[in-house]
Design a protein around this ligand. Structure first.
Ligand code: GFB
Length: 313
């Protein structure tokens, strides 16, 4: 058991959806979290990262910073997804190693697994087959991060661990229709269809792909659990164990926001990987379990989104 009490914790990426959920969770437990000023620290710049870490001396680091986005953003900006993510993880881990942190937690994604991996995908499925092309840039960067954390453990004896979350959603998500993930995109489309009285809303692809979705507050809870209880070479999956089709999640979202019209499937948009369910048995066996059911989580995300839109209006 690793205690977070009295530690100087740095959540790199503290303004993102995952980082801010983790900061909320840590603050609730009374932990102080280091928060560099906006614009003061560019994580893709090695010298800036080293200087900041040297000056602020964190002893626990969570690498929640990343260039992220949905299926269209991955296709539109492959350099950002590969180059920037490699730089961010390499710079943060190097600076953390140099200053000698007590623990580092690196975050990846379920897209690290092969496109046609056996389902549910266990940790051992890593590097057993070709990747899904639509997000290979992001996947390669995240696989490099897992191996880099392992290399620091092996060569320098540091307590660096990696967690692989499933598809996430929740407060602070990106609601831009072209760059977002599916849940915020469909929520916004459903709201707009409801408000304009449209007969249907557009869903990309066939609606058949299956995804496993987790509310980001459940992830934050799992990350605190892992910081306190996990120390091993192998990365660990963080999922819910439940999957839904894209068509089903579109209907659930329609239900949450009050849009009762039809779904129109746009076949000109890609489906991406057909199925992406993780085997989170290793984490569950340690005694952690998710708490937020999908319908409740979607209602919470909608409440936060509606509030943020009102605040901006
Ligand atoms: O969430 P999403 O963009 O990413 O798409 P992935 C999931 C599924 O939802 C795909 C469909 O089958 C999309 O075609 N979909 C339907 C939509 N309507 C929409 C829409 O309006 N917007 C979007 N974005 N999708 C991502 C990777 O893969 O998963 C990332 O690109 C990362 O690298 C992330 O790994 C967790 O689940 O396909």
């Amino acid at each position: 058991m690793f205690s977070l009490a009295g530690r100087r914790i740095w959540v790199a990426g503290h303004r993102g959806m995952v980082g801010s959920a983790l900061v909320r969770r840590l603050a609730r437990d009374g932990h102080a979290v280091l928060a560099p000023d906006r614009g003061a620290l560019d994580l893709t710049r090695q010298q800036q990262v080293e200087d900041w870490v040297d000056a602020n001396r964190p002893d626990v680091v969570v690498v929640a910073a990343a260039r992220v986005g949905g299926i269209a953003a991955n296709a539109a900006r492959p350099v950002d997804f590969l180059h920037d993510n490699l730089m961010i993880e390499a710079n943060v881990m190097a600076a953390a190693a140099k200053t000698g942190v007590a623990k580092l937690l690196f975050l990846g994604s379920s897209c690290i697994y092969p496109r046609l991996a056996q389902q549910p995908m266990a940790e051992a499925a890593l590097l057993t087959g070709p990747l899904e092309p639509s997000n290979q840039w992001y996947a390669i960067a995240k696989i490099a991060g897992i191996l880099l954390a392992q290399a620091y453990r092996q060569q320098h004896g540091l307590d660096f661990i990696s967690a692989m979350p499933t598809n996430l959603y929740g407060p602070g998500d990106n609601y831009d229709l072209e760059s977002s993930h599916v849940i915020p995109a469909l929520m916004r489309k459903a709201i707009e269809a409801r408000d304009s009285g449209a007969e249907s809303m557009t869903v990309w692809g066939s609606g058949a792909p299956l995804r496993e979705f987790m509310h980001v507050d459940d992830l934050a809870d799992a990350l605190v659990f892992l910081l306190e209880n996990y120390s091993a070479v192998e990365h660990i999956n963080v999922g819910t164990g439940s999957e839904v089709s894209i068509a089903e999640v579109a209907r659930l979202i329609g239900d949450v926001v009050g849009f009762t019209g039809a779904l129109a499937f746009d076949a000109s948009r890609p489906d991406g990987t057909p199925r992406k369910l993780m085997d989170s048995g290793k984490l569950l066996a340690m005694g952690w379990a998710p708490r937020i059911a999908l319908h409740d989580g979607l209602a919470d995300a909608y409440a936060h989104f509606a509030e943020s839109v009102q605040l901006r209006a």
